[in-house]
Design a protein around this ligand. Structure first.
Ligand code: ADP
Ligand code: MG
Length: 581
């Protein structure tokens, strides 16, 4: 009766579909995780809309899975937001959507698709891993029911739909399974996959499962004796029932004592679409005037977005819930200082209003209490990590830079962070913390030295190091701008009631310990006798140098370029130029 319109997929979509199908053929199972997570996202959106709609009387999201052996179809149905015609076109016909988009972006930078593909959510198109026809029956609130259908990587159709009506809004995804994919109709397989992938989905997931019931019936073969109850027998009868496969109880509501590391890891992976096992986690709550529960996870590898850009705005580290309801993952800057944005986590507040906005959050005292507590728990988590050397070394190489940004930007926690940050030094291959550096200082050394350079090799060969090395003084290396800005901003480093100036070794005020009367006289004499040379050099170099002086800090090299006490290092000058450009 009604018209069917044919559309072509965007070229990128066809390409992505090809890649997904060709490189994931051995890992087809993931289609279920992707489709269930889409159903859950749709329910989240619906629940959020219903929050502000007083008359609605709340919303209970639900996801249903039906395997039908007769028609060889697997159906995944949700009562979430559904999609309009326009949304079907943009969400399922173009490459605008997040998971797949991330994947194509990554693909642009790497030639190795099969290696990358495991790292990304590949989204809706993973349906084609197991289905040769995908049908999406959907309805957005107040809109007509529509049918989207595709059998190939080139085109799809959209038409009005008059199959079983969807009540209110929602989506029914029907996969017509490929010949070799009928195992996904098997109850046992389906149940165990759903348990694995969906344990932490916060809506009930119900599967239409076979259930054997036993009926008690009179036994027709048995002899019936006068005056006795007739003998019976039990016969099995197979029916189908809705079986809920997940707890749908948020993990953060449970007592931390009862949660295993494996459960935390699974939660982290499903909630943040991560592929690593967290290096550490914290699960805590606050009661009293401000009440909330929270979890923080420290990844064990650098998340994709952050490997591209340290503060990528594609990174969504924090999820905010209010009374168990997911509100937003866009409030990370209100919840966490920027230097902690490499963490992943969630907060469930009892006090914030459900229709919380950014404006409200920024003024909220509740939030500042929550944020402070998150930072403190994060610091505790790092201190714990530091106890395990192997983990700590890995953490430093992944996220050490963020702690240094903390030193620069978080004045409140600067002191504590200074105990945790590490730098390379003249000592060897390992990095060192400031307290460790201090513990190795010879008695004559009164300051902490650092030297900046574009690489460790470049810094190590600086003539500036000669005198310091001879004295047996260790020098830290600032090998990038963050190192340098952090070290420059330390001023004094306090450890066990003692204070040490942190000094750029390439600057002219470097104090190399006590100088004897004899040395002082020698220096004075050298200065006088070499005055013609220094005057000559200043004359030749003119404005290119501030001044030319006789120095006592060189051993083998005839001269070195140094910065005036308040000047900028060449590295910093390059950095400032790059910023200004
Ligand atoms: P992602 O989930 O990362 O955005 P997907 O490829 O999985 O990427 O999904 C693409 C888009 O299609 C989603 O962002 C959503 O807008 C839409 N979509 C997919 N499944 C559903 C569903 N069950 N209900 C409503 N919208 C959906
Ligand atoms: Mg998705």
């Amino acid at each position: 009766t009604a018209e069917k319109t044919e559309y072509e997929f965007e070229a990128e979509v066809s390409k992505v579909m090809d890649i997904i199908i060709n490189s994931l053929y051995s890992d087809k199972d993931i289609f279920l995780r992707e489709l269930v997570s889409n159903a859950s996202d749709a329910c989240d959106k619906k629940r959020f809309i219903k929050l502000t709609d007083e008359a609605s009387g709340g919303f209970s999201g639900r996801i249903r899975i039906i395997g039908d052996k007769k028609s060889n179809t697997l159906t995944i149905e949700d009562n979430g937001v559904g999609m309009t015609r326009k949304e079907l076109q943009t969400n399922l016909g173009q490459i605008g959507m997040s998971g797949t988009k991330k994947f194509t972006e990554a693909l642009g930078q790497s030639k190795d698709a099969s290696n990358l593909i495991g790292k990304f959510g590949v989204g809706f198109y993973s349906a084609f891993l197991v289905a040769d026809r995908v049908t999406v029956v959907t309805r957005a609130e107040g809109e007509p029911q529509l049918r989207w259908e595709s059998e190939s990587a080139n085109k799809y159709t959209i038409s009005p739909d008059d199959s079983a009506p969807i009540e209110g809004s929602g989506t029914r995804l029907i996969l017509s399974l490929k010949e070799d994919a009928d195992k996904y109709l098997d109850d046992y397989t389906l149940r165990s996959m759903l348990k694995r992938y969906s344990e932490f989905i916060s809506f009930p997931i119900e599967m239409w499962a076979e259930k054997t019931e036993y009926d008690t019936v009179p036994d027709p073969d048995a002899e019936v004796k006068e005056g006795e109850t007739p003998p019976t027998k039990t016969v099995p009868r197979t029916t189908n029932v809705w079986e809920t496969v997940n707890l749908a109880k948020p993990l953060w509501m449970r007592d931390p004592k009862d949660v295993t590391d494996a459960e935390y890891a699974e939660f982290y992976k499903t909630t943040f679409k991560a592929y690593d096992t967290p290096a550490a986690q914290a699960h805590f709550s606050l009661e009293g005037q401000v009440e909330f529960k929270a979890m923080l996870f420290c990844p064990s590898s650098v998340p994709w977005e952050l490997s591209q850009d340290m503060f990528s705005d594609k990174n969504k580290p924090m999820k905010l819930f209010v009374k168990r309801v997911f509100i937003s993952d866009n409030f990370e800057s209100e919840l966490l200082p920027r230097w902690l944005s490499f963490l992943k986590g969630m907060v469930d507040s009892e006090d914030l209003p459900l229709n919380v906005s950014r404006e409200l959050l920024q003024k909220s005292r509740t939030l500042s209490i929550i944020s402070k507590r998150l930072v403190r728990k994060a610091m505790d988590m790092f201190k714990d990590l530091a106890k395990d050397e192997a983990k700590w070394v890995k953490f430093q190489s992944n996220f050490g830079r963020y702690l240094k940004v903390g030193v620069i930007e978080d004045t409140e926690n600067k002191e504590k962070l200074l105990d945790l940050v590490t730098f390379s030094s003249t000592l060897g291959d390992k990095v060192t913390s400031l307290p460790d550096y201090v513990s190795r200082m010879p008695e004559a050394q009164t300051q902490i030295y650092y030297l900046s350079g574009a690489s460790k090799a470049a810094a190590s060969s600086s003539p500036v190091l000669e005198r310091l090395k001879k004295k047996g003084f260790e020098v830290l290396f600032a090998l990038d701008q963050i190192d340098e800005i952090a070290l420059q901003g330390v001023g004094k480093f306090k450890v066990k009631d003692k204070e040490y100036d942190v000094i750029d070794a390439a600057k002219e005020n470097v104090d190399l310990g006590e100088v004897s009367e004899e040395e002082k006289a020698e220096a004075k004499q050298a200065k006088e006798s070499l005055k013609p040379v220094t005057d000559f050099l200043k004359g030749v170099l003119g404005d290119r140098v501030d001044k030319v002086e006789v120095s006592s800090r060189l051993e083998a090299s005839p001269s070195a370029l140094v910065q005036p006490q308040w000047g900028m290092s060449p590295q910093m000058q390059r950095f400032m130029r790059a910023q200004a450009a």
